[in-house]
Design a protein around this ligand. Structure first.
Ligand code: AHG
Ligand code: MN
Ligand code: MN
Length: 366
């Protein structure tokens, strides 16, 4: 095999670090540990039924339902354990939080504590595991509060409640036909493909940019009766195609793995919506702010795309809870801005029989 001239993830990180001569190297070590966790999960996913990892997780083995009330798959639990095991020992972290753990995870006493917080969705799209459709892992790196670093104290939920704009790094691994790692350290977005022979992530997609324009959207249309008016309007206009106000035909996709949708959008443009809806008043959206929306938002924005709740930029939202859910719209900038415009416009009346509350009237419903 000819010697590869490609940059490995390790080389990429070292070269990036040379731009900051004072950097300790902790950050690079942390990213490499995250990458190792992703490689380990990729192997488990690849073995599928042969590895005995498919199917639901038995309650007797540590719980079948996570803190969100969702049924855990074996691979959800396994991937969570892999993330913990690969990242707890290195001395880079003050604590971790995950979709699969109700409370923050403390670094065990036998290991040193560091200055970063790692937040992750160990396996995204887990409803797709058993049908052999792409899944992934999503991660976000935050700085721990100063007092936590200085005292080496246990971390609390409040330590993690930082807006996405504070993320030091974010990304995802996609376990698809090839395994890829997409990473931003706040300086653009780079894509790495796992070389299965070497077990190394190689830089294959430097400087990724989300195309600004698109004719493709992704939304779970089975929720359409619960959508709010701006979302209904946007989707109706897409569906109207050439003969509608957009004057062009749109294509629709729904994989039900957010990472896979994010990746498609990163590669060829598009818009993804899992908006706030009226399905369950207790849940303002389906996806979680800290370990799904925020890391994907940072990747999108760093690639020239946009991410929003529909009402405000995602990265500005101040979290109120570790497992907070939120409406999420991301992708090609011009489409996300259009959806935000529709949300900002006066909403139509709640009572269509009453002309006083008609769209654009003085008495429009809030
Ligand atoms: P997770 O598997 O981590 O719970 O996340 C699944 C998410 C996301 O990946 C996807 O976009 C969405 O759930 C799909 O939801 P629907 O089943 O409602 O389409
Ligand atoms: Mn998820
Ligand atoms: Mn998950």
């Amino acid at each position: 095999m000819p010697l590869s001239r490609r940059t490995t993830l390790t080389q990429f990180l070292i070269e990036e670090r040379r731009r900051f001569p004072d950097a300790s190297g902790d950050f690079n070590a942390l990213i490499l540990d995250v990458a190792l966790a992703c490689k380990a999960i990729a192997r488990s996913v690849a073995f599928g039924e042969l590895g005995g990892v498919l199917g639901g997780h038995a309650a007797a083995e540590g719980g079948a339902v996570n803190v969100q009330g969702e049924t855990q798959q074996k691979l959800d639990v396994l991937s969570n354990e892999v993330f913990i095991r690969m990242n707890e020992w290195g001395g880079h972290l003050a604590g971790m939080a995950s979709e699969e753990m109700a409370a923050p995870r403390q670094i065990p006493a036998q290991y040193p504590r560091g200055k970063y917080l790692l937040v992750f969705d160990p396996l995204d799209g887990s409803s797709n595991i058993d049908v052999n459709v792409s899944v992934g892992s999503v991660f976000s790196v935050l700085r721990a509060p100063h007092d936590a670093i200085e005292q080496g104290r246990d971390v609390s939920e409040a330590d993690f409640l930082q807006p996405g704009s504070q993320q030091v790094a974010a990304g995802y691994a996609l376990y698809g036909p090839t395994t890829m790692l997409i990473l931003t350290v706040g300086n653009g977005v780079n894509g790495f493909t796992l070389d299965p022979n070497l077990g190394e992530f190689m830089l294959t997609h430097p400087g990724l940019r989300v195309p600004a324009e698109t004719q493709e959207f992704a939304i779970n249309a089975s929720n359409s009766r619960f959508w709010e008016t701006p979302v209904k309007r946007y989707v109706d206009e897409c569906l109207a195609g050439k003969t509608g106000p957009r004057g062009k035909d749109f294509n629709m996709r729904w994989i039900a793995s957010m990472v896979a949708e994010a990746h498609r959008i990163l590669m060829r443009g598009g818009v993804f919506m899992y908006p706030r809806d009226t399905k369950d008043p207790g849940k303002p959206g389906r996806l979680r702010l800290l370990y799904e929306a925020n890391p994907i938002a940072m990747v999108m924005e760093q690639a020239g795309g946009r991410a929003s709740t529909g009402r405000e930029p995602m990265l500005g939202v101040v979290p109120t809870a570790l497992h907070q859910r939120i409406g999420l719209v991301f992708g090609s900038r011009s489409e996300v801005e259009r959806i935000e415009r529709y949300h900002a416009e006066p909403q139509p009346c709640k009572d269509p029989a009453n002309p006083l509350f008609a769209e654009r009237s003085l008495f429009r419903a809030a």
